[in-house]
Write a protein that binds this ligand. Sequence first.
Ligand code: GDD
Ligand code: MN
Length: 359
Amino acid sequence: MPLLSIVVPTYNEAENIPILLEEVKKALREINFEMIIVDDDSPDGTAELAEKMREEYPFLKIIRRKNERDLATAVIEGFKNSDGEILAVMDADLQHPPEKIVEMLDKIKEGADIVVGSRYIPGGEIERWSFKRKFYSKGARAIAYLLLPKSREVKDPLSGFFMLRREVIEGVELNPIGYKILLEILIKGRYKKAEEVPIIFRDRERGESSLVFNEYGKYTKHLLRLSWNEGEILRFLKFGLVGISGVFVNEGLLWLFWGTMGVYLALASAVSVELSILWNFIWNEVWTFHDRGKEGITEFFKRMGKFNLVSGVGLLLNVAVLMLLHISFGIYPLTANIAGIAVAFIWNFAANNLWTWFK
Ligand code: GDD
Ligand code: MN
C-alpha cells in the first residue's frame, strides 16, 4: 500500500508527462507513493503515452474517462481510485514544483490535515504573469473570501497544488465543477489545521493551458452553489432586508421628529440617520451575523463603532457615485442614485462581512 497518492488530471499533456514522471521520481526517492493520472481522452495521446511508460515507472496508474471533460471531477475520480492514506493533487504541466511535495508531506506528518502549495505567502511567487491575470486571480480570491468565510483559512484557496489526509474527505460528498477543487475541500472537508508552503508557480513551457473563458462561468456557478449551501447567500439577502427596513425607519423617524415635533430639519435628519444605522446594526447583530460576533460587551461596542464607520463611508460613496454620474454623464439624479445605493450596498456588505463581523 502506498503512503501517498498523487492525483494528476491531464488534458493534452503528452509533452509534459515524461519530464513530470522523471522529476517526481527524483524528488520522491525515499517515499512510497503512487501517481494516478486521470486523462479525459486527450486527442494528443497522453493516456497511451502514460500507459507505455508504466513499465519504467511502476508507481503509475492511469484512468481514462471517455465522456467527461472537467478538471475537478477528474480529481474526484482519481481520489476514488487511490489507496494512499495521504492524497495530493498536482498539475501535469510542471507549473507546480515536484520538489515541494516532500515539504508538504512533512507538514502532514507534523499534524496538518491539509497543506496548500501557496503562491500568496512570503516565498511564494508567480513567474511571468501579466498584471491582468494577477488581478483576476486576486479578484477571484476576494470573491471567494467574501462568499465563503471558510476559504479564509488559507491565503491561496484557489491553488491547484495541495495535499490532505484521506480522513478529511472520507464520507464527504464532493460535488465540484471547474478548476477549484481545493475550494470544495476547504468548505466541506473535516479538518482542524490547514497550512501552506510557499511555491513558485512556474511558467508553462510546453503544451497549452486548457483554461477557457467558460471556466469563469463554471467558477461562478461553483461559488454560488457552495455559498448557497453554506447559507452565505441567505446572509446577503438578510443584510439587504435589514437595509431596506432601515430606510423605512429613517423615513418614519424623520416624519416623527420633523413632521410632527417640528425639530429643525437638518437635526431631525441627522438623528434619524443615526438611529436607523443603529437599528440596522442591532438586526444585523442578532440576525444576519448572529453566528459571527465575539463575546463580550467591549467587542459589541467595537462592532457598533465599526458599523457606523462603514455606514459613513457607504454614505459618502453613495453621494460620490450620484454626483459623478449626474455631473459627468448628465444622468438624472434619481436614476444615478440607484447606482449610488447599489455601490454603497456592496461596500457595506463586503466591509461588514470582512471587517466588522470578521471570523
Ligand atoms: N482530466 C482533465 N480534464 N484534466 C484537465 C482538464 C480536463 O478537462 N483541463 C485541464 N486539465 C489538467 C491539465 O492537463 C493540467 O494538468 C491541469 O489540469 C491544470 O490545467 P491548466 O490548463 O494548466 O490550468 P492553469 O494552469 O490555467 O490553472 C492551474 O493553476 C490555477 C491557479 O492559478 C490549475 O492548477 C488551477 O486549479 C489553479 O487554480
Ligand atoms: Mn497550468
